[in-house]
Design a protein around this ligand. Structure first.
Ligand code: NAI
Length: 795
C-alpha cells in the first residue's frame, strides 16, 4: 500500500502485543496444571484433566486438572486448617499480605494481561488498561479494610471457609472481587474458576505463593460445573459466593437450603440504557459502545437494552450504525482492536441462535460490513432495532455483542420499560437535565445506576443486583459485610424443642352466659378482615384453658395481604422523618396500654408479671430505637478514583414477609416488624403461632398511630403453611423467618422463584432482650438493599 493511501484511509495496521513471556510460562507447565492446594500445585486425585483452548485461534492452550469431590475435600481441609490462624493474625498483618498481593499483581501485570487475553479472547487493551489495574485496586482497597477491621468491624467476626465459584467473562477481576474482601477480613478461600478460563487464577496462585501468602489461605480447584457443585455441597464450607448465570445461581440457592451456609449471588442482567432527547448524543453513542461492545458484550451489567426517546431515535440509530462500522474486531493481542473473540464455540452458537430468534420475531438486524478473522470464535457488533417488549431478545440475556433497541415517549414510560424485566443489575441514564436524571434514578429497580456513564466499577463502590440479578454486594463497606457475621450471633444455640401443647381444658359447664365472640380477625390493608376459609384456631394458655380464638389464615389471605402491602407503596417513598414520627407514635400508644399487654403476655405464656412487664418495656424502647434509626441509618457517598461520586443509597426491599418466633411473643414481633417499616418496607407478618394474641391486640395500636393502611398486615395461622405461601409468592421481595429450623430450610428452598432476599435463623435462638443481638444495624442491614448511583462530579 502506498503512503498516500495510508493517509487516505487512516486505517490501523496490526500492533501485536508480545506473547513470548506468556508462552514461556505455558511451556513451563506443558505437562499440565494441577490444582493449587495448601500452597502447592497437586495432581487431581483421579488424574482427571481437560484442555483449554484459545478462542481467537481454536489452538490448544493448556492441560488443566479436572477437580473431583476428593480434590475439593482436600482444598477445603487446607482452607479450614489455615483459617483460625489467618483470622488470628492482626488486621495489620493481613493488610500487609493484601498489599503484597496488590504490588505483585502490578509487577506481573503484563504477563497476567496477556494470559487473560489468550485464554478468554478479550482485547489486550481491556485486560491491560481495565481488568488488571482494577484487580490491583481491589487488593489495595481491601488491604485497607484489613488494616481497619478491628475498629471498623469490631462487632463482627469472619465467616470462615468460603467457597467461590466464578465465571469466564472477567476471570481475574472476578477472582479479585471475591478473594480480596474474603482474605482481608480473615476468611480462607477455595476458588473454582470457570472451565473456559482457569489460567489467570493459576498464575495468580503462583504469584500469591511467591508473595508469601501462607499455605492453605487461598486454594484453587479447577474443573467444570460438577467441580463447582462439589464445592457447593461440601459440608465444611461456611459460605458460597457465586457469580454466573441465573440458572446456576438458583440451583445453588436450592442446594444450600438448610445447610446453614451463607450465600451471595451475582447473576445475570438485561440492563437498560436510557437516552432522553436532551442527552449529549455523541457521548451517549460512545456510552453504547462501552455498554455493549466492551468485552464483546459478555458483561453481566452490559447495557443491552437501548431505550431511546422517540424524537431522537432515528438520528441516534443512524449515527450509532456509522459508529459500529468503525469498530474493529480482531486478534485479542492486537493493541488496536475494539473487540476480540467470544469465549467459546457454545457461546457463539447461543448468540447466533438468539439473534436468529430476534429476526424471526420481527426485529430489524444491522451488522456493519467487516471481515472477521477466519478461525476462532468471532461475532460482529450487532443491533436489533424495533424490538417489542415481549420479544425473546428483549427478555433473555444474550451475553454477546448484541444490542436490542426500542423507543419510549415519556419519562414514566422509560421507567416502566426499564423495569419490565425479572433482572435488576444495572441501568444507565443519559440526559443533560440533572433534575430528570435524578428523578429517574430512584425509580429504577437496579443495584447500580450510572448517570451519563456506563460500566464504571471500583473496589470501593458496592456492586450487585436487585430482584433476580442476585443478592449481596461486592466492593466497599457494603461488600465487606458479606464476609463477616455478627459476633453476637456467632454463638447462638439451637432453640429448645417446644413444649408439647397442653391438653385443652373445658371452660364452661354450659349454664353461664354464652361467651362473647372474641375471635381476633386478620389485619389486612388497615382493616380487620375475616379469614378467607372462615376457620378459627383456639389459643390456649399453658394450662390448656382457652384464651381466645384467632383466624386461621390461608394462601388467599396471604395473597390479599401481599396485595395490600404492594398497594401501600407510598410508604417506601415517605420521608424518613415521617416514618420516625410514626414509630414514636406507635411506641407512645403501646406505652399507654402497657398494663393490658403485660397481662396478655402473662396469660399466654404463664411467665411472671415482672418478666412480662419487662418485655413490654423492651418493646416500647425498641420502637423508640427504630424511630431513632429511621432517619439515621443512611447510605454513603463513595469517592472512586474516577470523575464522579457514587451515592450508596439504602433502599427498602419492598414487600417483606415476616414469620415470628414463639418466644417473646410481643418483643419478637416488634423486633422484626419495626426495623423493616423504619426502612420503608411494607410487611406481612405471621405472628407467633402459639401466642398470637399480643400481635392481634396490636391492631388497635396500629389503627390509632397513623400507620397507613397496608404498611403492616398481620395474618395469624399455621406458621409452616403461611411461611410456605410467602416463600413461593413472586410478589414478595424479602422474607424473614425466625422459629423452627425446618421453616428456614423451607424458606431457602422455596424462595428460588424470584430469589427473594432472606434472613433466616436456622432454628438458632436469639435473646430478644439482648440489644447487641436483636436491635440496630444487625437487622437494619437486612432491611435494605444498597443502590449505587454514579454521578459525574467535579472535573
Ligand atoms: P454458568 O453459570 O454455568 O458458569 C459459571 C460458573 O459456575 C462456572 O465456574 C461453572 O463451572 C460453575 N457452575 C456451573 N454449574 C454449576 C453448579 N451446578 N454448581 C456450582 N457451580 C457451577 O455460566 P456458563 O454456562 O458459563 O454461561 C451460560 C450463560 O450464563 C451465559 O450465556 C450468560 O448468559 C450467563 N452468564 C452470566 C454471567 C454473569 O456474570 N452474569 C457470567 C457467565 C455466564
Amino acid at each position: 500500500m502506498s503512503v498516500a493511501r495510508y493517509f487516505d484511509e487512516m486505517s490501523y495496521g496490526p500492533a501485536p502485543e508480545a506473547d513470548a513471556e506468556a508462552r514461556a510460562w505455558l511451556k513451563k507447565h506443558a505437562a499440565g496444571f494441577g490444582h493449587f492446594i495448601n500452597g502447592a500445585f497437586v495432581k487431581s486425585a483421579d488424574d482427571g484433566h481437560f484442555e483449554t483452548m484459545e478462542p481467537a485461534t481454536d489452538a490448544r492452550l493448556a492441560r488443566v486438572a479436572q477437580g473431583s469431590a476428593a480434590d475439593i475435600d482436600a482444598a477445603v481441609k487446607a482452607a479450614r486448617a489455615a483459617q483460625a490462624r489467618w483470622a488470628r493474625l492482626s488486621g495489620h498483618a493481613r493488610a500487609r499480605h493484601l498489599y503484597a498481593l496488590a504490588r505483585a499483581v502490578q509487577r506481573h501485570g503484563r504477563l497476567l494481561a496477556v494470559i487473560e487475553a489468550l485464554d478468554n479472547g478479550k482485547p489486550i487493551r481491556e485486560t491491560r488498561d481495565i481488568d488488571i489495574p482494577l484487580v490491583a485496586r481491589h487488593f489495595y482497597h481491601h488491604a485497607g479494610w484489613a488494616q481497619l477491621q478491628e475498629t471498623e468491624f469490631a462487632d463482627q467476626v469472619p465467616v470462615g471457609v468460603v467457597g467461590q465459584v466464578i465465571p469466564w467473562n472477567f476471570p481475574l477481576l472476578m477472582l479479585a472481587w471475591k478473594v480480596a474482601p474474603a482474605l482481608a477480613l480473615g476468611n480462607t478461600v477455595v476458588l473454582k474458576p470457570a472451565e473456559y478460563t482457569p489460567l489467570s487464577a493459576l498464575l495468580f496462585a503462583e504469584i500469591a505463593a511467591d508473595a508469601g501468602l501462607p499455605a492453605g489461605v487461598f486454594n484453587v480447584v479447577t474443573g467444570d460445573g460438577g467441580t463447582g457443585a462439589a464445592l457447593v455441597a461440601h459440608p465444611d464450607v461456611d459460605k458460597i459466593a457465586f457469580t454466573g448465570s441465573s440458572e446456576v445461581g438458583k440451583i445453588i440457592r436450592e442446594k444450600t437450603a438448610g445447610s446453614g451456609k451463607s450465600l451471595t449471588l451475582e447473576l445475570g442482567g438485561k440492563s437498560p440504557f436510557i437516552v432522553f432527547d436532551d442527552a449529549d448524543i455523541d457521548s451517549a453513542i460512545e456510552g453504547v459502545v462501552d455498554a455493549i461492545w466492551f468485552n464483546q458484550g459478555q458483561v453481566c451489567c452490559a447495557g443491552s437494552r437501548l431505550l431511546l426517546q422517540e424524537g431522537i431515535a432515528d438520528t441516534f440509530l443512524a449515527r450509532l450504525k456509522r459508529r459500529m462500522g468503525s469498530l474493529r474486531v480482531g486478534q485479542p493481542l492486537d493493541k488496536a482492536i475494539d473487540m476480540g473473540a467470544i469465549v467459546a464455540p457454545v457461546q457463539l452458537e447461543r448468540i447466533k441462535s438468539l439473534v436468529a430468534t430476534g429476526v424471526a420475531e420481527g426485529a430489524d438486524l444491522f451488522q456493519p460490513k467487516m471481515t472477521l478473522p477466519e478461525n476462532g470464535c468471532f461475532y460482529p457488533p450487532t443491533l436489533l432495532a424495533n424490538v417489542q417488549s415481549a420479544a425473546t431478545v428483549m427478555r433473555e440475556e444474550i451475553f454477546g455483542p448484541v444490542l436490542v433497541a426500542m423507543t419510549f415517549r415519556t419519562p414514566d414510560e422509560a421507567v416502566m420499560l426499564a423495569n419490565n424485566t425479572r433482572y435488576g443489575l444495572a441501568a444507565s441514564i443519559w440526559s443533560e437535565t440533572i433534575g430528570l436524571a435524578l428523578d429517574i434514578a430512584p425509580k429504577l429497580q437496579a443495584g447500580v445506576v450510572w448517570i451519563n456513564a456506563t460500566n464504571l466499577f471500583d473496589a470501593g463502590v458496592g456492586f450487585g443486583g436487585y430482584r433476580e440479578s442476585g443478592y449481596g454486594r461486592e466492593g466497599g463497606r457494603e461488600g465487606a459485610h458479606e464476609y463477616l457475621k455478627p459476633a453476637a450471633w456467632a454463638k447462638r444455640k439451637p432453640r429448645a424443642a417446644a413444649e408439647p401443647l397442653p391438653q385443652p381444658q373445658p371452660t364452661a359447664d354450659g349454664f353461664g352466659l354464652p361467651q362473647i365472640d372474641r375471635t381476633a380477625k386478620l389485619f389486612i390493608g388497615g382493616k380487620q378482615a375475616r379469614p378467607d376459609g372462615n376457620y378459627a384456631r383456639v389459643v390456649l394458655d399453658p394450662k390448656g384453658r382457652k384464651l381466645g380464638e384467632v383466624g386461621e389464615g390461608n394462601r388467599k389471605d396471604i395473597r390479599n395481604a401481599v396485595a395490600a402491602a404492594r398497594a401501600a407503596e407510598a410508604w417506601s417513598r415517605a420521608t424518613t422523618h415521617n416514618r420516625a414520627q410514626i414509630l414514636y407514635y406507635i411506641a407512645e400508644n403501646l406505652s399507654a396500654r402497657a398494663d393490658e399487654f403485660t397481662q396478655r403476655i402473662v396469660a399466654m405464656t404463664g411467665t411472671s408479671k415482672v418478666k412480662a412487664a419487662a418485655e413490654v418495656e423492651a418493646s416500647i424502647a425498641r420502637l423508640f430505637s427504630y424511630g431513632a434509626w429511621a432517619d439515621k441509618f443512611e447510605g454513603a457517598v463513595h469517592q472512586p478514583p474516577l470523575r464522579g461520586v457514587a451515592l450508596a443509597m439504602n433502599e427498602p426491599l419492598g414487600v417483606v414477609g415476616v414469620v415470628c418466633p414463639d418466644e417473646a411473643p410481643l418483643l419478637g414481633f416488634i423486633s422484626l416488624m419495626a426495623p423493616l417499616i423504619a426502612m420503608g418496607n411494607r410487611v406481612v407478618v405471621v405472628p407467633s403461632e402459639r401466642h398470637p394474641l399480643a400481635a392481634t391486640d396490636f391492631y388497635q395500636i396500629l389503627e390509632t398511630s397513623d400507620v397507613p393502611p397496608g404498611v403492616v398486615n398481620i395474618v395469624t395461622g399455621t406458621a409452616k403453611d403461611l411461611a410456605k405461601t410467602l416463600a413461593e409468592h413472586d410478589d414478595v421481595d424479602g422474607l424473614w423467618v425466625f422459629g423452627a429450623a425446618e421453616l428456614s430450610t423451607m424458606a431457602e428452598k422455596l424462595s428460588v422463584g424470584n430469589l427473594k432476599r432472606l434472613l433466616v435463623d436456622h432454628g438458632l435462638a436469639i435473646d430478644w432482650h439482648d440489644r447487641a443481638a436483636a436491635e440496630g444495624p444487625i437487622l437494619l442491614r437486612h432491611a435494605v438493599q444498597v443502590k449505587n448511583i454514579w454521578i459525574p462530579y467535579g472535573e
